[in-house]
Design a protein around this ligand. Structure first.
Ligand SMILES: [Cu+2]
Length: 237
C-alpha cells in the first residue's frame, strides 16, 4: 500500500510516514465511498422509460442534512489530521537539536553548494570547503542546514529522509535531520526553478564515524594531526 515510499532512514521519517498513512487511509476510504456511490446512483437512477428526472432544491432541513453532515464529518477528519500532524511539525520544523553538525547550503540555478566551516568551526574563513551537489554527514548526529538562495525559490528534497525545505531568496532558513543509517541517498530540487532544474540533483553520503573521520582527514589534511580534533571542532553547538 505505502510500500512505494522510499525507504526511510531519518529519525523523524517515521512520524512523517504515519501522517502520510493517516491521510492515505482517510482519503482512500472517502474516495472508495464517493466513487462507489457515484456508480451505484448512476446505475440505480439511470434513464428508464416512463420515468422523468426531478430536481431537489435542498431547501428542507432533511435534504440539507445530506450535504451538511458529510461536510461536518470531513471537517472533523481534517482537524484530526491537523492535530495528529502537529507534533510531527513541531519536531521537524520547530526544534533544532543541540550538538548538530552545521552545513551552509546555497541554492542557485542550477546547483546546490554545501559549505563546511572546517577545523576552526567558523564560516567565512579560509579553511571553509564547498562541495557541489555532494553532502557528507555523519551517521547518528543531527545535521543543521543553513539554507539560502542566490536567485529564485528552490526546495531541498531528500526523499529517504522525508526532508523537504523551501529555500527562499532574501531569507536564511534553518532545517535539520538525523540519519543513523550509513549509505548514499539522492537529493534534488523539488521547486521548478528553470530550464536546467533537473541539474540540481546530488547525493547525500551518510557515513559511519570511521568513514566520516576519514573524509574529514582527506578534506582538511593540514588539520588532521588527529582527525579527532577536526571532528571535535567541526562538531559545533
Ligand atoms: Cu532549484
Amino acid at each position: 500500500m505505502l510500500s512505494w515510499l522510499p525507504h526511510n532512514v531519518s529519525t523523524f521519517g517515521g512520524s512523517v510516514d504515519s501522517t502520510i498513512s493517516l491521510i492515505y487511509y482517510i482519503v482512500g476510504a472517502w474516495f472508495l465511498a464517493a466513487e462507489g456511490l457515484l456508480v451505484f446512483f448512476a446505475l440505480r437512477y439511470r434513464r428508464k422509460r416512463g420515468r422523468s428526472a426531478f430536481y431537489k432544491r435542498g431547501e428542507t432541513a432533511r435534504q440539507a442534512a445530506w450535504i451538511l453532515i458529510p461536510a461536518a464529518v470531513v471537517l472533523c477528519l481534517d482537524l484530526g489530521i491537523d492535530a495528529s500532524g502537529a507534533s510531527t511539525w513541531h519536531l521537524v520544523k520547530e526544534t533544532l537539536p543541540a550538538n548538530a553538525v552545521q552545513v551552509q547550503v546555497t541554492a542557485e540555478r542550477f546547483a546546490w553548494k554545501f559549505t563546511y566551516p572546517g577545523p576552526d568551526g567558523k564560516f567565512g574563513t579560509p579553511d571553509d570547503v564547498t562541495l557541489i551537489n555532494e553532502l557528507h554527514v555523519p551517521a547518528g548526529r543531527p545535521v543543521e542546514l543553513i539554507l539560502r538562495s542566490k536567485d529564485v525559490i528552490h526546495s531541498l528534497f531528500i526523499p529517504n529522509f522525508r526532508f523537504r525545505q523551501d529555500v527562499v531568496p532574501g531569507r536564511t532558513i534553518d532545517a535539520w535531520f538525523e540519519s543513523r543509517t550509513p549509505g548514499t541517498y539522492e537529493l534534488g530540487c523539488s521547486e521548478l526553478c528553470g530550464d536546467a532544474h533537473f541539474d540540481m540533483r546530488g547525493t547525500v553520503m551518510v557515513q559511519d564515524s570511521k568513514d566520516y573521520a576519514a573524509w574529514l582527514h582527506k578534506t582538511w589534511p593540514s588539520a588532521a594531526a588527529g582527525s579527532g580534533k577536526v571532528s571535535a571542532q567541526a562538531n559545533k553547538g
